[in-house]
Design a protein around this ligand. Structure first.
Ligand SMILES: Cc1cc2nc3c(=O)[nH]c(=O)nc-3n(C[C@H](O)[C@H](O)[C@H](O)COP(=O)(O)OP(=O)(O)OC[C@H]3O[C@@H](n4cnc5c(N)ncnc54)[C@H](O)[C@@H]3O)c2cc1C
Length: 264
């Protein structure tokens, strides 16, 4: 099986700062790590490789330092890594990001499965996986929690859906996004780290791909961040102290409050 895993390097902190003027994330001076949810897609791909044979290629679009994320994936056991980096890619929205990744995947030849993370912990849209599938015209199953079988090019998976699970079948090549129930990510081995340290990671630039320059970066992105602000949390609540007013009075006041607000 030829497996491809798109991974994103994200800031280590959960507290991502925004440039309110430009409408972009501030990444300078923040330690970067592999998107924690992508560790599950890496693990899923490695398990499939162990079961069915084949190779796992990780692909990441980002600044040159995203190479570190690729090396981490290689140290877990992935075979190849590709870094998509170019000034022209900077500021891309999810559409432009998916466009570049899809065009890069097209250059890799035939493959069986793309395993993407369900979302990145910084941008958090969950759009890139499904967009890559749409751009490459692939069947997609999102929120996959279990791979039940792969037989004669047909994949049978269980998806986590609101209120339960559902089972779906589709033909490969395909794209899946996986949730953390899929399997717990392994730790890199010492040998894996040693191999990863010296592994050649091809760098792909804009001119290496058959892409339209007007569809890249901030200018080429169809999404516009019109305004960014921190939502203000306004709490107009009332504190009812049961010890002071007693339980009966507290319940009465609570019911009155909910009725006033039209909550009941
Ligand atoms: C108008 C606009 C401007 C933006 N400008 C900037 C900017 O200037 N600088 C900036 O850093 N970001 C910018 N972003 C954010 C950037 O678009 C997203 O970080 C990126 O497109 C991925 O989206 P996401 O983080 O929501 O990923 P999700 O869609 O939540 O990620 C889901 C999965 O897709 C895959 N994936 C996502 N991103 C990548 C990637 N880069 N490489 C490989 N696989 C990936 C991973 O498997 C991941 O688990 C901007 C966004 C918008 C809308």
């Amino acid at each position: 099986m030829k497996l491809i895993v798109p991974i994103k390097q994200v800031p280590e902190t959960g507290n991502v700062k925004m440039d309110e003027e430009k409408g972009t994330m501030v990444r300078d001076g923040v330690e970067s790590i592999v998107n924690p949810l992508d560790l599950y897609s890496i693990e899923c791909a490695l398990k499939l490789k162990e079961e069915h044979g084949g190779t796992v290629t990780v692909i990441s679009m980002g600044p040159p330092k995203a190479e570190k994320a690729i090396r981490e994936a290689l140290s877990m056991g992935c075979d190849e890594g590709i870094l998509l980096t170019d000034k022209a890619f900077a500021g891309s929205d999810t559409w432009a990001t998916s466009y570049v990744i899809s065009e890069a995947i097209k250059t890799l030849g035939d493959f069986d499965l793309i395993v993407a993370g369900v979302r990145a912990t910084d941008g958090d849209t969950g759009q890139v996986g499904p967009e890559i599938a749409a751009m490459l015209d692939l069947p997609i199953a999102t929120f996959v929690s279990r791979i039940n079988s792969i037989e004669n090019g047909i994949m049978n998976v269980t998806r986590l859906v609101e209120g339960g699970y559902e089972q779906v079948k589709f033909s490969m090549p395909a794209l899946i996004t996986v949730v953390n129930e899929i399997s717990f990510p392994r730790l890199p081995t010492l040998r894996g780290k040693q191999t990863a340290r010296t592994k050649d990671i091809p760098v792909v630039k804009k001119d290496d791909l058959a892409i339209d320059s007007d569809s890249l970066g901030l200018e080429g992105s169809p999404t516009r961040v019109v305004k960014i602000m921190r939502p203000k949390v306004i709490r107009n609540g009332v504190i009812l102290d049961v010890n002071k007013i007693g339980i009966k009075k507290a319940v009465e006041e609570l019911v009155n409050f909910l009725e006033e607000k039209n909550f009941v």
